[in-house]
Design a protein around this ligand. Structure first.
Ligand SMILES: Cc1cc2nc3c(=O)[nH]c(=O)nc-3n(C[C@H](O)[C@H](O)[C@H](O)COP(=O)(O)OP(=O)(O)OC[C@H]3O[C@@H](n4cnc5c(N)ncnc54)[C@H](O)[C@@H]3O)c2cc1C
Length: 462
């Protein structure tokens, strides 16, 4: 029986463990902080739970537009007030995360996986140490994740200068929240706290928010943020953040200062690869300390695989899980397709959401891909109008001559769910004609996907 030892119980680790157990291996997961990993306990699951409260609160605030007057709203247009009990919100977030972690651990145990709580490290490519204990392995998977990057001049203190992992201990809603970093994490939290009622200032080092996302989508979302009262400071960095006792003082690279009640730092991730014995075991790391892997999750040391955020490959829970599964299929001799990043679907959970898959408009504009693009604003969609959803679009990208769907971007409510149709098209290499001939419900937001496909159909040559 093949002995598999997995260091790290996040999606990279636990998804791998489930596959290895299913294939009959003897599987041990060593985990330091709780099964489910940072994904379940501090990052993805808590943030999306908080966002669920924020979105609900935004809908309530918008309800006078639909003729519903809630607590304080008047027919004359007086705004309705929504009260947020931050302690209750955060209790729910933490309870839900813990329950999800326990469910995942129970599932592993049910499948026969042994869980060893503790910190693991390689003593050689076939031996993992946990304290005094030595576990021998035929196959090792490193799935240790990553942690928030900190700036020397803006040290999080857990009280007013915070990482996203410290937010859920707040007992009150931050009155004036400064979010440093306008990547996906910064944008999600800035928008979430704005929805909950904080005054938010977002500090972006670039000229627009979410520089790695589709430019049109980022523009729509920045417009929504500003319209709802967020201050977005572009082209500047936080040089330092100081807790002044009753607030925070943020000094920007252009000399300006901003004051607030709290500051959330979202300035990147550092892989958890220090002190793991990786380099001593011959595992190559890149300059940032990320484990270098190929598309079947192999490291430079035979028998040692790696998955998830510690590899720096498209740092998403879904990708971590896929890398972990691929590693086990490969290690245990199953047929396996290498990881294909061009089919990864992702979402920014702002309100509205931004979901994307496949080739980007930037790939087309730069000439890397020969394709046609259509961008259909959501305000032409009857369901969007009924729902009072004013912001968003469906963008579809297909190969120039064949019409094969290569990618898409959706900005709109529940874009995270709507993108599946486009993902299936990209994965299965469907053409725009095939999508155009698919029934969408009327009225529905998905109707905009089929309509976008229709507008990309070309008349057949005479
Ligand atoms: C705020 C935020 C929101 C996010 N939202 C989403 C989202 O909506 N969708 C999405 O797909 N992705 C999201 N992500 C990304 C997602 O959380 C990560 O990609 C995912 O957690 C990576 O999984 P992983 O298994 O590599 O690592 P992790 O989830 O970090 O798990 C690693 C585990 O390894 C353990 N560990 C570390 N070192 C050791 C050691 N030496 N010994 C034993 N155990 C060890 C850790 O304690 C941890 O339990 C979000 C990230 C952030 C920061």
């Amino acid at each position: 029986m093949t002995k598999v030892v997995i260091i790290g119980g996040g999606p990279g680790g636990y998804e791998a463990a489930l596959v290895a157990a299913q294939l009959g291996a003897d599987v041990t997961v060593v985990d330091r902080d709780g099964i489910g990993g940072a994904c379940v306990l501090t990052d993805c699951v808590p943030s999306k739970t908080l966002i669920a409260t924020s979105v609900r609160s935004t809908y309530i605030k918008d309800s006078p537009d639909l003729g519903i007057n809630v607590g304080g709203a008047t027919a004359e247009g007086g705004a309705c007030s929504v009260g947020i009990d931050m302690r209750k919100v955060n209790d729910r977030v933490k309870r839900l995360a813990r329950a999800q972690s326990e469910d995942t651990a129970a599932r592993l145990v049910k499948e026969g996986v042994e869980i060893i709580p503790g910190e693991g490290r390689l003593v050689d490519p076939r031996i993992v140490a946990v304290g005094e204990r030595r576990i021998t392995a035929d196959v090792v998977l490193v799935a240790t994740g990553a942690h928030p990057r900190e700036l020397r001049t803006a040290k999080p203190d857990g009280e007013r200068v915070l990482t996203w992992r410290q937010l859920y201990d707040l007992e009150e809603l931050p009155e004036n929240l400064i979010v440093v970093g306008s990547g996906v994490t910064g944008a999600e939290f800035a928008n979430a706290y704005q929805g909950l009622g904080s005054n938010v200032t977002l500090v972006s080092s670039r000229d627009r928010v979410m520089p790695t996302q589709d430019a049109d989508a980022a523009e729509v979302l920045e417009g929504v943020f500003r319209r709802q009262g967020m201050t977005v400071l572009g082209n500047t960095r936080a040089e330092s953040v100081v807790n002044t006792g009753d607030g925070v003082l943020v000094t920007l690279s252009d000399g300006r200062t901003v004051t607030g009640s709290h500051c959330l730092m979202t300035v990147g991730m550092i892989p958890n690869t220090d002190g793991l014995g990786l380099e001593e075991a011959g595992v190559r790391l890149d300059r940032g300390g990320f484990v270098q892997v190929d598309r079947v999750s192999r490291t430079s040391t035979p028998g040692v695989y790696a998955a998830g955020d510690c590899t720096g490959v498209n740092m998403l829970a879904s990708v971590a899980g896929m890398q972990g599964r691929i590693a086990m299929w490969h290690a245990l001799g199953e047929a396996v397709s290498p990881l294909k990043l061009s089919t990864v679907a992702s979402t920014v959970f702002t309100h509205p959401e931004l979901a994307a898959v496949g080739v980007s408009e930037e790939d087309v504009r730069s000439g890397r891909v020969d394709a046609r693009i259509v961008n259909l604003p959501l305000d032409t969609n009857s369901r969007a109008k009924m729902n009072n959803s004013k912001d968003g679009f469906v963008k579809l990208i297909c190969r120039q001559h064949t019409g094969i769907v290569l990618g898409g971007v959706i900005v709109g409510p529940r874009a995270s769910e709507l993108i599946l149709g486009v993902s299936i098209a990209v994965q299965q290499r469907l053409t725009v004609d095939e999508i155009a001939h698919t029934f969408a419900v009327y009225p529905s937001l998905s109707g905009s996907v089929t309509e976008a496909a229709r507008s990309l159909m070309q008349a057949s040559p005479e």
